[in-house]
Design a protein around this ligand. Structure first.
Ligand SMILES: O=P(O)(O)OC[C@H]1O[C@](O)(COP(=O)(O)O)[C@@H](O)[C@@H]1O
Ligand SMILES: [Mg+2]
Ligand SMILES: [Mg+2]
Length: 339
């Protein structure tokens, strides 16, 4: 009989791959696994109980928080804090980073977590897939001291692990520790994640483009030109347009089928919309680990030096040949061109 590998087994078996293996990163990933199951349970009954709708608060970025945004943030924060395995957390739903001081081992945990607890909030109330995105770094502040902003403002190429959970028709946890990308599907009957998508790889090329095309008039000229290219009749074009409006779900589909996800700058959002630290960096790490590519249109996302916790950047991520082509169009216009 074929043996089904559980996520718990996989984490333990691959612990040796971690550069500074001490079991801490494994415990951290196990905590995320646990918290994701709790959030999944709540997301699954979203239509039944009073957890739909706005929480009545806005986050520091001026966005209306949904009840499930707040719930997911609480679950991930509490799970990570209670287990005393990280020294700091930054979340989309928190104004500033949170310093975690262990009860017995004050300030001596190694890892920090940056998280988008519930991605795609606008889809919650209409029963469409949402997700969680996480990014993990080693601290740079010496052990024994409280973490500082510098620990959180590290470029994406220093991530030690990153991943997402997609709460879709099935729930999947997909992650990398820098040794490829693996996907695990939750069996709701047993509450266990099983390895279902080993060694996930972006097809080199694809025929899906994902962008909020409603904002077309506000896009940079390079993006407009690329969209016209996507729609022309030639070779494997025109491509199919697919846009869920949930980064995790759009990215996940494109990784499996081949495609490009785009959230450019626009005259309405001159910096782009998606957040570098807990949306773009983890997605870019996964994209590269799966043989794909992620850029801001001109340079690698993973090489951007962050300056702000909630910094926004444009992102183009997906199949390598498609992102290469997008960059060709972008290169025709200087990076600072007016829209
Ligand atoms: O509605 P728009 O402008 O197309 O934006 C959709 C994008 O915004 C996001 O929902 C932002 O994420 P949050 O829900 O975590 O704020 C992305 O998941 C998604 O790709
Ligand atoms: Mg998000
Ligand atoms: Mg969110």
């Amino acid at each position: 009989m074929q043996k089904h590998i559980t996520l718990g087994e996989y984490i333990i078996e691959n612990q040796k791959d971690f550069q500074y293996s001490s079991g801490e990163l494994s415990r951290l990933l196990s905590s995320i696994r646990l918290a994701s199951k709790v959030v999944n349970h709540e997301v699954n009954k979203a239509g039944l109980v009073d957890i739909l709708g706005a929480a009545g608060e806005t986050n520091i970025q001026g966005e209306n928080q949904q009840k499930l945004d707040v719930y997911a943030n609480d679950v991930f924060m509490k799970t990570l804090v209670n287990r005393e395995i990280v020294c700091g957390i930054a979340s989309e739903e928190e104004d500033d980073y949170v310093i975690i001081e262990g009860k017995n081992r004050s300030h001596d945990n190694k890892y920090i977590v940056l998280i988008d607890p519930l991605d795609g909030s606008s889809n919650i109330d209409v029963n469409v897939s949402v997700g969680t995105i996480f990014s993990i770094y080693r601290r740079v502040t010496p052990i024994g001291n409280p973490v500082t902003k510098d620990d959180f403002l590290q470029p994406g190429n220093l991530q030690v692990a990153a991943g997402y959970v997609v709460y879709g028709t099935s729930t999947m946890l997909v992650y990398t520790t820098g040794f490829g990308v693996n996907g695990f599907t939750l069996n709701p009957a047993t509450g266990t994640y099983y390895l279902s998508h080993p060694h996930m790889q972006f097809p080199d090329d694809g025929t899906i483009y994902s962008i909020n095309e409603g904002y077309y008039v506000h896009f940079p000229q390079g993006v407009k030109d690329y969209l016209k290219y996507c729609q022309e009749e030639e070779g494997n074009r025109p491509y199919s347009a697919r846009y869920i409006g949930s980064l995790v779900s759009d990215f996940h589909r494109n990784m499996i089928k081949g495609g490009i996800y785009m959230y450019p700058t626009s005259s309405k959002s001159p910096q782009g919309k998606l957040r570098l630290l807990y949306e773009c960096n983890p997605i870019a790490f996964l994209a590269e680990q799966a043989g794909g590519k992620a850029t801001d249109g001109y340079k690698r996302i993973l090489e951007i030096k962050p300056t702000e916790l909630h910094q926004r950047v444009p992102i183009f991520a997906g199949s390598k040949l498609m992102v290469d082509k997008l960059e060709e169009f972008m290169a025709k216009y200087p990076e600072s061109a007016d829209y």
